[in-house]
Design a protein around this ligand. Structure first.
Ligand SMILES: C[S@@+](CC[C@H](N)C(=O)[O-])C[C@H]1O[C@@H](n2cnc3c(N)ncnc32)[C@H](O)[C@@H]1O
Ligand SMILES: *[C@@H]1O[C@H](CO)[C@@H](O)[C@H](O)[C@H]1NC(C)=O
Ligand SMILES: *[C@@H]1O[C@H](CO)[C@@H](O)[C@H](O)[C@H]1NC(C)=O
Ligand SMILES: *[C@@H]1O[C@H](CO)[C@@H](O)[C@H](O)[C@H]1NC(C)=O
Ligand SMILES: *[C@@H]1O[C@H](CO)[C@@H](O)[C@H](O)[C@H]1NC(C)=O
Length: 225
């Protein structure tokens, strides 16, 4: 595992070698739906309808737990952004600690399941600035999940954030959307923002054939540029 500090951007990369059998199985399940092709939004929604959500983890992500102090850097009441949030339980974990959470997810089913599985009530309203979008909120815990295309979200909706937790998000972005994704993420970062990125580093000699997997060098150059 390595940390990179670049002014306000902080990378955490978890290296995957050596690949144990179950780790490889998990990665394969996560990538099976991504491969090297473009996933349309409707295909993601379809995945949720069919419960093909091998990427979802029932426990708070180990890397987030392990590195939360570095992310918070002494701050309390931090506003976290979760791009492509799914129904990540990490959102509740952070909200329970008094932080605010904003997520964006295309699947309405994922968002409803998030609140229902965590026994939280929620309100549902349209978002005038984004035609067709809805925001689902539990205001007690300061969790707001936007149901829309990520690329329709901007800093005019919820301002900027003090932290971003990117788990299985950057890696799920279609190759043609990477620049848009990076530009959006950067525009959402407040001056003191810390961006925690969990990504998969592969030994390409051992594991070939998945174009989505970025090398460490590609990633660092990409986000820093
Ligand atoms: C690989 S999953 C990761 C989910 C979550 N971060 C986690 O770790 O469990 C990617 C999620 O992004 C959603 N998604 C993909 N493209 C999107 C887009 N352009 N806008 C909004 N949501 C999108 C999918 O529905 C899916 O739930
Ligand atoms: C694989 O996923 C399962 C279920 O999500 C989890 O219990 C297990 O710890 C994961 N294994 C690894 C090595 O990440
Ligand atoms: C949570 O929401 C309440 C009410 O809107 C607000 O007073 C509080 O500052 C929020 N907490 C965070 C961490 O943003
Ligand atoms: C939600 O409530 C159900 C039924 O009371 C309980 O079994 C479950 O553990 C609760 N889930 C959480 C995340 O608290
Ligand atoms: C949403 O994003 C898509 C793709 O980037 C774009 O074509 C569309 O105009 C956007 N819609 C709104 C309301 O911003």
């Amino acid at each position: 595992m390595k940390w990179f500090f670049s002014q306000t951007i902080l990378f955490l990369m978890s290296s995957c070698s050596p690949l144990t059998a179950d780790r490889q199985a998990n990665i394969t399940s996560m990538l099976e739906q991504q491969a090297d092709r473009v996933m349309a939004l409707g295909e993601w929604e379809e995945r949720w309808q069919q419960n093909k959500i091998g990427f979802h983890q029932p426990e708070v992500h180990k890397m987030l737990k392990k590195n939360i102090d570095k992310v918070l850097n002494g701050r309390t009441g931090v506003r976290f952004f979760f791009p492509l949030c799914g129904k990540a339980v990490d959102m509740k974990w952070l909200a329970d600690m008094g932080h605010a959470v904003v997520g964006v997810e295309i699947s309405e089913k994922a968002i409803r399941q998030f609140f229902e599985e965590n026994n939280m009530t929620y309100s549902e309203e349209p978002v005038p600035a984004i035609p067709g979008a809805k925001v689902y909120k539990n205001s007690e815990k300061n969790i707001s999940l936007y149901q829309c295309n990520l690329y329709n979200f901007s800093n005019s909706i919820e301002g900027q954030f003090g932290a971003i937790w990117d788990r299985a998000s950057l890696v799920a972005v279609n190759p043609g959307d990477r620049e848009k994704y990076a530009a959006l993420i950067i525009s959402l970062m407040a001056n003191d923002c810390r961006y925690l990125l969990d990504t998969l580093l592969y030994n390409h000699d051992l594991y070939q054939g998945h174009g989505r997997i970025w090398t460490e060098e590609q990633l660092v150059n990409y986000i820093q540029s």
